[in-house]
Write a protein of this length. Sequence first.
Length: 204
Amino acid sequence: MVADGYEVELLDPVPLHVERASELAGMTARLGDARELPVPDASVDAVLLLGPLYHLAERSDRVRALAEARRAVQPGGLVAAATINRYAAVHDMVHTGAYTEERQREAAHAAAKNGIMLSPGRGFPAYFHDPDEVPGEFADAGLPAAERYGLEGAFWLYGDIDEWLDDPERRTLLLDAQRSMESVPSLLGVSGHLLTIARRPGAP
């Protein structure tokens, strides 16, 4: 985004993340909380929530973060948020082999049942969404007509995915394939992550 001429600012609650982002050319960074953005109303073109919605376990906090994003963007401005899908842990653990470990398996199935992922050995506590939950959270934050996109589709589970991504020609084909089905409702849940977008109502 910086390369495209945008002014980009990172707000993050983790000091190390802020420190590292501050070292990137064209990037500014400061400590912050998605539930209380330190920016004026309607002051930015877009807000990207690439983490908050799966670090906030309570629905009220997630809606608050989305409402803050809506407040911060100008009318017609874009709000985009990443979420982790409800069955991502089960898929990932089968893919990597960790599913054979009882504690990992139990954690993955608990997340599939109630959305709360408490990894027993690695990773971070997180909230995993059912894909159909996300538009409701957007709507309750004043962001109607949200659109959902599966970021990886089923391809992240393929054994030779790294080889496809490392080859420029095959990578292009793979990305084209995913774009052709990225919003098919019956396929959204198999993707590890969703990106949901909506625009603040009103004329730009």
